[in-house]
Design a protein around this ligand. Structure first.
Ligand SMILES: [Fe+2]
Ligand SMILES: [Fe+2]
Length: 311
């Protein structure tokens, strides 16, 4: 073989020993629940019924709905490369079987959330594989920055992710309540059922591993959480508040329209309140472990005080 080809070969770390005995019964329990509660986006939603339900919607509303569900599909997809990296890490750090199984389930579940979302976008008139606005095209690749992940230990990084699961869970609940069409409502319900396990995983991580994190790791955890929230999730993903004015107005209008017609969306005015309430809960949850989460001024107000300073 030529030397240049050898250089291109990816060097995988040694996966052995492959640990097969179970260490964490609560994580394993999530894995068995995932098997029992598995669902199929293709079969568990009546797509013909959905197309019939939606066919009389005004064209403008269909377009807004397709944009909304395309955005949802991109967001769900964003979790899959992140999950793939974590699976790789879990394998090469020789983590117990149930941790690898949970991460594998996580990838599969986020991918089926992606599928159900692009199918709904299609039923509304067409999934968009890339965002129509240039700005979004810049933001979307920033959802997952592996450089931010690599500076944290495995469980601390997973903890940051699960704090976002908690936040997005609150938004998804509001979108489920907004969904007026039975098939969209059903899809939201199935997604939420998976998400509640992802949130549960976060609680287990907090309980089991937060005490072992050093001060510097906790500081980093809070900082990465705030960075991701402000830098990408408030830029049109969870909410539109950090978007440039024009794009904020345009995408805000589309979201409002999708919400007004009960397509399983959240109104931009409603989103910030939901995020603020979820943030307050997260601050309370991490307070016993002394994890300092910086103030998010655009959500909490300029005069808000960071978790620990207030306690
Ligand atoms: Fe998801
Ligand atoms: Fe999730």
């Amino acid at each position: 073989m030529e030397a240049s080809m050898l250089e291109e070969t990816v060097q995988n770390p040694n996966p052995y020993p492959v640990v097969a005995d179970l260490h964490y019964d609560d994580i394993w329990q999530l894995c068995t629940q995932a098997r029992e509660l598995a669902w199929d986006p293709h079969l568990d939603i009546d797509w013909q019924a959905l197309r019939d339900e939606l066919k009389d919607l005004p064209e403008e509303v269909r377009r807004a709905g397709a944009e909304w569900w395309s955005l949802r599909a991109w967001m769900e997809h964003g979790a899959t490369p992140y999950g793939a990296e974590r699976l790789r890490q879990a394998i090469f750090e020789h983590l117990p079987f149930e941790v690898k199984q949970h991460v594998t389930n996580f990838i599969l579940e986020e991918l089926r959330h992606h599928e159900v979302s692009f199918r709904i976008a299609d039923a509304l008139g067409g999934y968009e594989p890339t965002p129509s606005s240039d700005y979004f095209q810049m933001i979307i690749p920033k959802f997952h920055d592996e450089r931010d992940e690599k500076v944290m230990p495995f469980y601390a990084g997973m903890a940051v992710n699960t704090l976002f699961e908690q936040l997005s869970g609150e938004l998804l609940m509001a979108r489920y309540k907004n969904a007026r069409y039975p098939q969209i409502r059903r899809a939201c319900e199935l997604v939420l059922r998976d998400e509640s396990r992802h949130i549960q995983f976060g609680r287990i991580i907090m309980r089991r591993f937060f005490d072992s994190l050093g001060l510097e790791e906790k500081r980093l955890l809070g900082e990465k959480f705030a960075k991701k929230l402000r830098g990408s999730l408030l830029n049109g993903v969870y909410a539109v508040i950090n978007l440039p004015k024009d794009e904020r107005e345009r995408s805000g209008r589309a979201r409002s329209l999708a919400a007004e017609y009960g397509l399983g969306a959240t109104h931009p005015d409603e989103e910030v309140g939901i995020i603020a309430a979820a943030l307050a809960t997260i601050r309370k949850d991490v307070a016993p472990y002394d994890v300092p989460i910086p103030v998010i001024p655009e959500v909490e107000g300029e005069n808000a005080v960071s978790t620990l300073a207030a306690e």
